[in-house]
Write a protein that binds this ligand. Sequence first.
Ligand code: AMP
Length: 212
Amino acid sequence: MTERALQLVLLGPPASGKGTQGELLASRFGIPKISTGDMLRAARAAGTALGREADGYMSTGRLVPDSVVIGLVAERLTEADAERGFILDGFPRTVPQAEALESLLERRGTPLTHVLQIDVPHDLLVERATLRRTDKRTGQIYHLKYSLPPPDAELEHRADDREETVRRRLDEYDAMTAALLPFYGQRGLLRRVDGVGKPEEVTARISNELEQ
Ligand code: AMP
């Protein structure tokens, strides 16, 4: 990258590798990865008024109201570490959130530089999630095809990794991005990257896109 700061929105369905790639990019560019999900979970754990309000939505799998998350992001972006750039993960999720972000950044005079969607076919995402197992004793995550557990592991299958649930979350993701992709496409910001392959292969594709 040149002098211009990276101001990136990262999009990708559950289990697409968005979290891993976001962390890598954040450390490479020395900018924060800002996740509204993480911020809301922290507020909930701290028992703040905002956390209590968000909890009702989060525990039933619904979106927290736009005004709440927009307020959170607006405040977070004023912190010093976000001055040189940022990676947004899990925000925006709706067009009103995308519009609010756009006007917020316009006022700062620093518009988004890229919106990156990591594409992975649904069937592969379902396979990744349904064959994922956690060792109860150590918390270590394994995959019954790609990362085999040791014979003495006490394996557990997370409820939200079951096929039905994963397919529902993927459909919800598609419905959500159905409006966001054209929003950013029209602005010439959208880049799509093939998320199939080893993490380092995906990283190389992302770097390539960001340099365009
Ligand atoms: P995540 O970790 O990104 O999957 O977010 C976990 C939960 O937090 C979601 O299911 C929503 O309830 C809430 N949440 C996170 N980000 C947003 C957002 N941008 N808009 C509305 N709700 C959100």
